[in-house]
Design a protein around this ligand. Structure first.
Ligand SMILES: [Zn+2]
Ligand SMILES: [Zn+2]
Length: 268
């Protein structure tokens, strides 16, 4: 097990987890909202509860866990949190199906969380002054979700875009299993769907001036590196600006297109 990280990044946004995956925590006027829940069923006991105590958040009620997608490294910790706190657990309908049926998760089935609420594209769920915008973001999984929401830095409001999926899977590029269980045609199609998702994400980022970029896996947005650069009284390095968010999305888009090309079976 990696060391536990528990850090405050904005007035109302925290991260508890390790360098690979974690709980993203938004503190609202109506309690804590979590995004994702880590890789093991005991993540609540091992990471979340001690992490919240370290951040003096242990008395705050936990209202909901918004899952980004139906891969086990994001949902396996959710059920213990739900049973302890009675919080909602949200996921898209597509990834509820994916979670229970996918070859990706077939060995982990016994620990699937009870999903209490299905969330849909363009839905807005509000907790106090925090509105959480749900965006269907297929490609990494069929029902992957992005979330956009406000964060506050020294009282000033900024808007964050959180990308749910990162990796593009296909033949020869599939972690933890012997081989990619689907066809090259499917992989190429998913990579192109992911590219379209990134175009849609950029449209939203531009329209809403999202200047904070988050990803379910912290390494994909350099979250911990940016947070480590922060010093008292200086600018918050996690606020990267809309243009820089666009650079991250473009890099990802290019990777999707290149992957589709590699996986594409046409003419081969
Ligand atoms: Zn995933
Ligand atoms: Zn993941």
């Amino acid at each position: 097990m990696q060391d536990r990280i528990a850090i405050q990044i904005f007035d109302d946004y925290y991260y508890v987890g390790d360098e690979h995956v974690g709980f993203h925590i938004l503190r609202t006027e109506e309690g804590l909202i979590l995004f994702d829940s880590m890789t093991t069923p005991d993540a609540d006991e091992v990471f979340l509860q001690p992490g919240l105590a370290e951040l003096s958040l242990e008395k705050e009620p936990i209202r909901a866990i918004f899952l980004t997608h139906g891969h086990f490294d994001h949902y396996l910790g959710a059920e213990h949190v739900r049973l302890r706190t009675g919080c909602d657990v949200m996921l898209s309908a597509e990834d509820c199906v994916f979670m229970v049926s996918s070859l990706d998760n077939r060995d982990k089935g016994q620990e699937m969380p009870h999903i209490t609420r299905i969330v849909k594209d363009k839905e807005v769920i509000t907790y106090g002054r925090h509105d959480i915008y749900v965006m269907a973001a297929p490609g990494h999984t069929p029902g992957c979700l992005n979330y956009a929401f406000p964060v506050h830095d020294k009282g000033e409001e900024h808007r964050a875009m959180m990308l749910g999926g990162s990796a593009v899977f296909g033949p020869g590029r599939y972690p933890g299993k012997e081989g990619y269980p689907f066809s090259g045609a499917y992989a190429a199609e998913q990579a192109l769907i992911f590219a379209a998702t990134l175009i849609k994400t950029w449209d939203y980022v531009k329209e809403h001036n999202c200047d904070v970029y988050l990803t379910a896996h912290p390494f994909a947005c350099d979250l911990l590196e940016h947070a480590a650069m922060n010093k008292e009284g200086e600018l918050n390095h996690v606020i990267i600006g809309t243009e820089k968010v666009g650079e991250y999305l473009k890099k990802h888009y290019d990777m999707c297109i290149a992957s589709a090309d590699v996986f594409c079976p046409v003419g081969k």
